[in-house]
Design a protein around this ligand. Structure first.
Ligand code: PLP
Length: 282
């Protein structure tokens, strides 16, 4: 099995990087997770665009040429590892320098990537998951996909400790998103999700689902959902690259409520499947 380090494909056992990498000391780096269906990447261009934006927001050098050559290297890695169903993880860090909060602009960035086989979460997608509502304790630039994920990590553990598969975060009275997913709710004819601002990561899956909803002729309200309103909804689901569109059937933590897998959720899943099949067929 090969991994990518700075444009080179090498054996995983031979891969290493600097003790002084800034992602180690400061979480000073960004990442993307790209889904592979039938050997083909899903929405790779959108992921690379977001990767570039994250880099720009953190002032880590990543220009058009680097983006193009990285895209090619990732496709090569995919081929080399003969990955059919799974993910590519790719990370860019500011690179190696003596530990100092102040970063210098001449540091050589580090890019690495690996592939991992992963099946689609069929059971969760058909039966739904239990979620744990808890305070959002992250920083105020959740729109940047940084490897600094402690707020997410802590929330995910808390959810698991309460037998829930995902944590749903709220800042005070307002729902933001999941610890590694976006949140949608449906009430009557209205679909609601958090606006894409600094409080959430604008998920690639979220953006696709918004397109599907528009195709359905439904409108979306881009406003944070009140925590109390979570007791009065018809359907809810999370979206992410790995969980796709996963229905929520139970809320615990701050609010307790039970739900069933609803018709709009199912129909959006069906629409998503069409795009998966298209990807698989190349
Ligand atoms: N929100 C957070 C905090 C995430 O970590 C993720 C993905 O890991 C998402 C949302 C969903 O984003 P995407 O659909 O691009 O995978």
């Amino acid at each position: 099995e090969k991994v990518l380090i700075n444009e080179q494909l090498i054996n995983r056992e031979e891969a290493s990087f600097s003790f002084d990498d800034r992602s180690m000391y400061f979480g000073d780096g960004i990442y993307e997770v790209i889904r592979i269906y039938g050997g083909f990447p899903f929405q790779m261009e959108m992921h690379m665009q977001r990767f570039q934006r994250s880099a720009e927001e953190l002032d880590i050098p990543f220009d058009y040429d680097v983006k193009q050559s990285l895209t090619n290297s990732l496709l090569e890695l995919l081929k080399e590892n003969e990955l059919n169903e799974g993910i590519i993880y790719v990370q860019l860090s500011r690179g190696s320098a003596d530990r100092n909060h102040l970063y210098e602009r001449h540091t050589e960035p580090l890019i690495f990537a690996f592939t991992k086989p992963m099946e689609r979460p069929q059971q969760a997608m058909s039966e739904g998951i239990a979620t744990y509502l808890t305070e959002d304790e992250r920083w105020l630039r959740c729109d940047i996909k940084t490897v600094n994920l402690l707020g997410n990590v802590m929330a995910k553990r808390k959810a698991a400790d309460h037998d829930c598969q995902e944590a749903l975060l709220h800042r005070g009275d307002l729902m933001t998103e999941g610890s590694s997913s976006n949140l949608f709710i449906i009430k009557g004819d209205v679909v609601q999700t958090h606006p894409a601002n600094n409080y959430i990561l604008n998920g690639i899956t979220r953006q696709l689902v918004l397109d599907y909803i528009e195709e359905h002729g439904k409108s979306v309200v881009f406003e944070p959902i009140q925590v109390e309103d979570m007791k009065n909804i018809d359907e809810a689901f999370i979206t992410s690259t790995t969980s796709e569109i996963t229905p929520i059937v139970e809320l615990r933590g701050t609010v307790h409520h039970k739900l069933t897998v609803g018709p709009l959720t199912k129909s959006l899943q069906k629409r998503f499947d069409e795009d998966v099949v298209k990807t698989e067929q190349g």
